[in-house]
Design a protein. Structure first.
Length: 269
């Protein structure tokens, strides 16, 4: 592959090849921002499309899954070393820590971490009197504690970014306590409210250094189930593009609102 140009980004010199858009080091290795996204195995969902968007932008992407995904493997065939597929279950500290250890043997830093993975209980659509309340703890364990496990385990790599590194916790308007209008989705709402609280705790934890920035976001209403009869206005690919632009804008904004929508405006906690 012929190298056709050079630019400096994140304090490092990059070469690029216009034919395929990859950003290469002078030794021909893929370089660019190192981006990690959790929960990426489903081609119609948001995580996979965030992976695709960052690959298309020439970044190196770490896509995490809990089980093998044929669709991600296809992307791997296309993008080669630019894509690292990492297996981890964010409901288990042991699994997350092992994945972080493995990744530290493959890359030396992370610039962006997108905590996208989520789970809901089988009773998510039920209201209080019908829902099995014993399901709720598991949803919170994955959707709120999970991102914290990931941040803790991958913190050493985030700290090694040459510039400010960014953590995005993908939350939801359903996690807003002050705007709550639903009677169902109890586990989901509780888990996202807990994720928002976790985000604010970490804002305080990282505040002094101004080295790691962190937001929780409502990503918009998205057809993440891939069904044509889904009334949500955005496809996952469209939403991922909007979010990519938003993250670039907010990367070094340490002082603005922490819970934001996909247009960058504050959403009430
Ligand atoms: N769709 C919307 O309109 C909307 C609105 C607001 C917020 N959001 C948020 O946007 C994000 C993406 O939504 P989505 O609908 O695309 O999600 P999704 O289709 O439900 O995908 C979530 C991913 O998380 C993975 N996951 C589940 N449990 C896991 C675990 N224990 N360890 C590791 N990974 C696990 C799943 O893996 P498997 O494939 O193996 O099951 C799946 O790939 C979520 O955080 C969601 O809450 C979506």
């Amino acid at each position: 592959m012929a190298l056709v140009g050079k630019r400096v980004a994140f304090g490092r010199p990059f070469c690029y090849n216009e034919n395929d858009g990859y950003v290469l080091s002078e030794r021909g290795m893929v370089m660019g921002r190192n981006v990690m996204v959790t929960g990426t195995g489903r081609p119609y969902a948001l995580g996979f499309n965030m992976v695709l968007r960052y690959l298309e932008a020439g970044d190196r992407v770490v896509a995490t899954v809990r089980k093998e995904s044929a669709d991600l493997e296809k992307l791997k065939e296309q993008y080669g070393d630019q894509l690292i597929i990492l297996t981890m279950d964010i409901g288990s500290s042991d699994s997350v820590n092992k994945a972080a250890e493995k990744l530290a043997g493959e890359i030396d830093h992370l610039d962006l971490l997108i905590n996208n993975a989520v789970t809901v209980s089988p009773d998510c659509d039920k209201e209080f009197f019908d829902a099995n309340l014993d399901y709720i703890a598991r949803a919170i364990d994955v959707a709120a504690v999970g991102p914290m496990r990931v941040i803790k385990a991958f913190y050493p790599l985030l700290k090694k970014s040459d510039d400010v590194s960014l953590i995005i916790n993908v939350s939801s308007e359903a996690g807003s306590i002050s705007k709550c209008y639903r009677r169902n989705m109890i586990d989901y709402g509780m888990s996202k409210a807990a994720l928002n609280m976790a985000t604010m705790n970490l804002v305080n934890t990282f505040k002094k250094e101004r080295k790691i920035n962190i937001f929780c976001i409502h990503p918009g209403w998205i057809r993440t189930n891939g069904r044509d009869d889904n009334p949500a206005p955005l496809s996952s690919y469209e939403a991922a593009g909007i979010l990519q632009g938003l993250f670039d804008k907010k990367w070094k904004d340490f002082d603005g609102p922490r819970f934001i929508t996909n247009d960058g405006n504050a959403y009430p906690f």
